[in-house]
Structures are given as C-alpha cells and as structure tokens.
Design a protein around this ligand. Structure first.
Ligand SMILES: [Zn+2]
Length: 339
C-alpha cells in the first residue's frame, strides 16, 4: 500500500517530511514498513522500485566482470593486479549498498538516515578504489614517482574521511536547510572526484597537445568523464521532475537517471582502467613502483575501518533516539528489542 506523506490539508507531516523527495508527489511506501515489506515492495511499483533495480542489476553485471577477471588474472600472487582487485571489489559494493539503502529506507526515519550513511560510505570508498587504480595504472608518465604519485593513496584515504563525514552530516540539515544540505553533499562527492581525476585530465590534455597517441583506454576514460558530468548534473538539477512535479514519480525522475548515468560511467571507467593496466604493464613495472599490499588492500582495510567508525558516530544518536522513543512500533530496527 502506498502512503501519502501529507495531511489532508496539504501540509507536510513533520515527522514524515524526512521521507519526502523534491517534486515527487506520489508512490511513497509506508514510512514504518517492516524489513519484509521493504523487500516485497521492490517487486511492486512505487517511487523507489526503479531506484532499487537500477543499482541491483548492475551489481550482478560488475560481479560477472569481476569473476571473468578472476579467471584470467592472478589476483592472489601477482601484486601488479591488486589495485584492480580493490577497484573491482568496490565497483561491486557501491551499487549493491545503494540498492539496499533504497530498499530499506522506509523502516523508520532513523533507519532511513542510517541506510544512506552506508550508501555514502560505499560511494566514498569507491572513490578510494578509483584513486588506487588511477595511482598505479592511469597516472601520466611524467608524473610517475612524483610527490603527488607517492602520496596519492594516503590523500585519497583522507578524502574518504572528508567525504563520508560531510555527506552524513548533510543529512542533519536536510529539513531545515535543504539547499545547504544538497550543496554540502555535492561538495562531499565532487572533491574526491576532482582529486582522483586530476592525473587523468592532465594525461588527456597532454594527448590533446600531441605528445601521445590516443589509445582505446583514453577514449573509455573520456566517455567516463562525460557520464560523470551528466551524473553530477542529474544529482543537482532534479530534472525532469522539477518541470512537471508528479509526472515522473514512478518512471524517469532524476534519481533513476542519476543511477543509470553513474553505472554507465563506472562501466567506461572500468574498461579504461583494465585497458591501461594491460597495455602499460611493461612500462609501469620498469619505471613505476610495484603496488604494495599496504598501498592497495591495506589502504582499503584502513579506510573501511575509519569509515565504519564515522558511520557509527553519526548513527549512534539516531539509534539512541529510536530506542528511547516510546511510539516506535519497529523498535527491533534499533537492535534493542526486548532488552
Ligand atoms: Zn540512489
């Protein structure tokens, strides 16, 4: 059953307004659904159904690509492949986390925030995966062994702290200052993206200047950049639903297009990274640094622990509030049921 998040007089219900999306009028699920209702709702048409599937199906596509790579590359003993290993794990994790967040976001106001904390954390870690793979495979030749190259991964770990903290914090401003909240969240994701992409853009500029021969990898990287800009535009512009509120509630609203654009961009990025890894192997191993365990899988493990800690810090007051709230029928969501 779909739930109208407004009072009959048209005013937004204070407690439920956290569930409302800009220019989406209908198709909301019940704001206190059970976990089972949430899973079942992904098979019924509501305003989250396409959001769920546009990231659930790509998860399987990226997993399939990962399995094929596992059968052709030696991830266990060939440390040159470790940056790709980290990247492939995270390209599978971020759409899966996002589809789970969209599935379980209507269990309670608190669970909605926590779901999206994990969504932001997974995206933030994905930006680290991009930095690790770019640092080892995509870096322009003239920057290999430079200061930036050596500190690329440690700075990217710092970026995940910045990105996860700021994006989680932005949710607390959503009701009072929606514009500021959106701006902070956009900044949180754009800063790591710009940092990760600087070496790639420099390499493309060098190529445009004629000091390299364009390769298949570079055309994939260019398509990725095009889709990255489109993704950012869709995230901030809320088009097309802003032009006709209520007309795109189920099909075609900006968040669905944002999901599709992000996944298509990730696909081109993955192809570019794999092509660079294969074609530049001999040159990079001769001139560059051999990827270390600490610089790849270790960096992911460190960042994962820090980011889970940040999500824990932001979730704790919400869980506390949800446990103490006497009017919460779904107190089991806070893990303190019958204790
Ligand atoms: Zn989403």
């Amino acid at each position: 059953h779909l739930f109208l998040l407004e009072h009959p007089d048209g005013s937004s219900h204070g407690r439920f307004s956290v569930f409302r999306e800009d220019s989406i009028i209908s198709g909301y699920r019940h704001p206190r659904s059970s976990a089972l209702d949430c899973i079942l709702s992904s098979f019924q048409m509501n305003n989250e159904t396409i959001n769920i599937w546009t990231h659930f199906l790509p998860t399987w596509y990226f997993l399939w690509r990962f399995c094929v790579l596992c059968s052709t590359l030696n991830f266990l003993t060939d440390s040159y492949t470790w940056p790709l290993l980290v990247y492939m794990m995270l390209i599978c994790v971020y759409p899966f986390t996002s589809s789970c967040a969209h599935t379980f976001s209507t269990m309670s106001a608190e669970s909605r925030h926590i779901c999206y904390f994990f969504d932001y954390g997974a995206l933030s870690l994905y930006s680290l995966g991009c930095a690790i793979s770019y640092g080892y495979y995509v870096m322009p030749e003239c920057w290999v062994n430079s200061w930036l190259h050596q500190y690329f991964v440690p700075i990217a770990i710092g970026n995940t702290v910045f990105c996860t903290s700021l994006s989680c914090y932005s949710r607390f401003l959503e009701l009072q200052f929606p514009k500021r909240s959106k701006a902070l969240r956009t900044i949180a994701f754009v800063v790591p993206f710009i940092f990760d992409t600087v070496p790639l853009i420099y390499r493309i500029l060098l190529c445009c200047g004629g000091s390299c021969s364009p390769t298949g990898a570079l055309s994939n990287h260019c398509y990725h950049l095009l889709f990255a800009f489109l993704t950012c535009f869709l995230f901030t512009a809320h088009l097309p639903e802003r032009l006709a509120p209520g007309c795109f509630d189920y099909f075609g609203h900006s968040h669905q297009l944002f999901h599709v654009s992000a996944v298509v961009g990730s696909h081109f990025q993955m192809e570019g990274v794999i092509a660079d890894m294969t074609s530049r192997r001999t040159w990079l191993l001769k001139h560059g640094m051999m990827p270390s365990f600490l610089g790849t899988i270790g960096a992911l493990a460190i960042s994962l622990v820090i980011n889970l800690g940040i999500i824990g810090i932001f979730s704790a007051p919400l869980l506390w509030k949800s446990c103490r709230s006497p009017n919460q029928p779904h107190s089991s969501t806070c893990g303190c049921k019958e204790q």
